[in-house]
Ligand binder design. Structure first.
Ligand code: F3S
Length: 400
């Protein structure tokens, strides 16, 4: 790989141990993927924040990078942590876990990372522009950034995203290159799409078809989609298909650069119904945990929950997960008060997947196809996949 004088100096250790280690990670990655050089990035989003996923080895790596003088060179935010950093006892997080989680957050803070823990960084000011090269690692956010914003990111691992933050660089390969952003398959959607869950089910249906080839879909038949529906779709397509980019004519900014590919498939109403059904194996009576906010909720979604919960009481553990800055606005607008008065919990900084809750519940109800995937695969919960408002209704329904 060709390195600039400054990059070579980082690699030689002139900027300290942590920057050197970061540059070694990027050069190794670039060599594997035959990148000719490094390119500057404008934004970083780092996954691998929950102590539940990191464990002691991960914590030690981060502490060493912070002790080694690592300092970010570009804007960098974090993915959700394993708990609400300010209100973890309310979520039933064990104190020994909280102590370790705070050491993780502290290591990132010492390196100058903004310790805002969210998978929707684009809602809270980490918002790249069209064409920006970035290094993000949360899969749903990478898909959103590439497809909806037209920024350019590979799906980074936690260490390579941190390395990008500490050097301001990433290897030039994959989705940073124009030629790798072309669609290879036209997906004609004839199914009706209304709820977030329809977009989640669509992501699963398409994802399972492209999983093996990682071909970029060019999706027709979708005339409109809200921000919330697109974030739901991105999370699902990334989870079930490993996808980091798609194009939808008139909805995503790069679609107009391409013609629909000749190879095609159709997603019918029957396909969507199958995907929808396949995400549930629990009955309503079995559900003892309810969560909305995968990916993290927008303020509008929190307002909807508050309106539905106003004056009611929940009968099951209910987590409303979002980014801390969104919660702070919800506090000011009175939504938090209504939601907590109903017995539900606003869980900022975290989510129902990365929190250490294995063994605590039997069945999760959610409107997120991604949350269902991990509830079952990571935590061994049964799942009930329901539209947004039905999830809230179930949360307040009397239990048998
Ligand atoms: Fe975000 Fe957690 Fe879902 S990180 S996309 S809320 S699994």
């Amino acid at each position: 790989m060709d390195l600039t004088t400054d990059e070579q100096a980082m690699l030689d250790g002139a900027h300290g141990r942590a920057t050197q280690k970061a540059m070694q990670i990027l050069v190794a990655l670039g060599t594997i993927y035959r990148a000719p050089r490094l390119i500057p990035v404008t934004s970083v989003q780092i996954a691998g924040v929950s102590y539940d996923n990191l464990g002691e080895a991960g914590l030690q790596f981060l502490a060493e990078m912070a002790d080694g003088g690592g300092q970010v060179r570009v804007k960098a935010t974090l993915n959700p942590a394993g708990m609400d950093i300010e209100n973890w006892p309310a979520l039933g997080i064990p104190p020994d876990f909280a102590e370790k989680q705070m050491l993780v957050i502290d290591a990132f803070a010492r390196m100058g990372v903004e310790t805002t823990c969210t998978c929707t960084p684009y809602l809270i000011g980490n918002l790249p522009a069209y064409g920006d090269h970035i290094a993000w690692s949360e899969s749903s956010a990478v898909c959103y950034a590439n497809a909806v914003l037209g920024a350019r990111s590979n799906r980074e691992g936690g260490p390579s995203a941190l390395a990008a933050a500490l050097t301001g660089r990433t290897p030039e390969y994959g989705l940073h290159l124009e030629e790798n952003r072309c669609p290879g398959l036209t997906v004609n959607v004839t199914a009706r799409l209304q709820e977030n869950t329809d977009f989640g089910a669509l992501g699963k249906a398409i994802g399972e078809k492209i999983q093996a080839t990682k071909i970029i879909p060019y999706i027709t038949g979708i005339d409109s989609a809200s921000l919330e529906q697109l974030k739901s779709f991105c999370a699902s397509l990334a989870t079930y298909g490993g996808a980091a980019l798609f194009h939808i004519p008139r909805l995503t900014p790069e679609a107009s650069l391409y013609q629909p590919p000749a190879e095609s498939l159709t997603i019918t109403q029957a396909n969507l119904d199958d995907a929808n059904r396949s995400l549930s194996d629990a009955t309503e009576a079995e559900v003892d945990f309810v969560s909305l906010g995968c990916p993290h909720l927008t303020l509008a979604e929190i307002a909807r929950i508050a309106a539905l919960l106003d004056g009611k009481q929940v009968t099951r553990e209910f987590w409303v997960t979002t980014a801390r800055p969104i919660k702070q606005i919800a506090d000011r607008l009175g939504y938090t008060q209504i939601i907590t008065a109903a017995g539900a919990k606003i869980a900022a900084d975290t989510c129902c997947v990365v929190a250490p809750i294995a063994g605590r519940f039997t069945a999760l109800a959610a409107d997120s196809a991604k949350a269902c995937y991990y509830a079952s695969g990571k935590n061994n919960f049964k799942t009930l996949f329901l539209p947004f408002e039905d999830v809230v209704r179930l949360a307040i329904q009397e239990r048998d």
